[in-house]
Design a protein around this ligand. Structure first.
Ligand code: GUN
Length: 291
């Protein structure tokens, strides 16, 4: 059986580090970091994620400012909301939960967020800086940063290793590939048009699965001893649960658990790390603002 990478425990350690830091900041400048969250519409997953993010803020002493807008909100109204938070000195991070409704130009909204408050790291300037090794982005996206942190805190050597990333999304696949590249991994990015997917994945000493397809990765996709980071959070029907469903990753955990060297569980792997990295980015932003 592979060693479990306990994202929940690692995230709890990081959250405690941040809680201590926030108390120190408050003691020295008399102010606390602030995070603004913007939720558009009422998607169940987005509502849950934003609620968890705000709760995590509260637990470490970060003040949260929350706005909910209807699905029908206009682009201009949403932009006004972002502008208000850009101008508010009590707000050090702005998070507009994605995805946004189809009638809204996501890139226009993300570009409107102040680069100094872009704690999601989705602003084109931050992504662009991330793409150039010589430039440091102001913020690195939370889920990719969490994946790297899980590897580092589990003493996984990245340099020189073959890292296979399954998925090329702006939120996870692409930025995590860049972070692995900056740490001198040989990176293979797979996507829907990749041929011979199982054998390509099997080259990975490190496999990051971020496609959003329940239990897609099977044991013959995995190089024996590989480190597997599962970013997928998929809900599938399960009549034995009170809720009627359960969460599974992109990796078929039971099928793969005795072939990998290490693996993250779902839930309790990368999910808690995304939130911990958001708190980290928000706290760092406040420290920069307070000088
Ligand atoms: N939707 C899925 N993941 C994320 C995330 O990390 N940030 C935001 N804003 N939206 C998301």
């Amino acid at each position: 059986m592979a060693k479990l990478i306990d994202g929940k425990a690692i995230a709890a350690t990081i959250r405690e580090e941040i809680r201590v830091e926030v108390r120190k900041i408050e003691a020295s400048v008399g102010k606390v970091p602030g995070l603004a969250t913007v939720l558009v519409g009422n998607r169940t997953d987005s509502t849950t994620y934003v609620r968890m993010k705000r709760k995590a803020c509260e637990e470490v002493g970060i003040e949260s400012f929350h706005v909910e807008l209807p699905e029908s909100v206009s682009e201009e109204e949403l932009l006004n909301c972002v502008e208000r938070f850009n101008a508010d000195p009590a707000v050090h991070g702005i998070l507009v939960q994605l995805p946004l409704p189809k009638h809204i130009d996501e890139e226009r909204i993300l570009s409107a967020i102040s680069v100094e408050k872009d704690v999601d790291g989705f602003h084109p300037l931050n992504i662009g800086r991330l793409a150039m090794k010589s430039r440091t982005p102001r913020f690195v996206p939370c889920t990719p940063r969490g994946c790297i942190e899980l590897l580092v805190r589990s003493n996984v050597n990245i340099e020189g290793k073959c890292a296979v990333v399954l998925g090329r999304s702006n939120i996870v696949g692409l930025p995590v590939s860049l972070l692995l590249l900056h740490r001198n991994a040989t990176v293979i990015i797979c996507h829907s048009k990749t041929q011979e997917l199982p054998s390509v994945c099997r080259q990975g000493d490190i496999l990051i699965a971020a496609v959003g397809r329940a239990n897609m990765v099977k044991r013959d996709w995995i190089k024996p001893g590989a480190v597997v980071i599962d970013v997928g959070i998929n809900s599938i029907p399960d009549a034995s649960k009170k809720s009627g469903y359960r969460l599974v990753g992109d990796v078929d955990f039971d099928d793969c658990k005795d072939v990998c060297g290490m693996i993250t569980p779902v839930p309790g792997g990368t999910g808690p790390m995304t939130i911990a990295m958001l708190l980290r980015n928000c706290c760092d932003s406040a420290k920069e603002a307070f000088g």
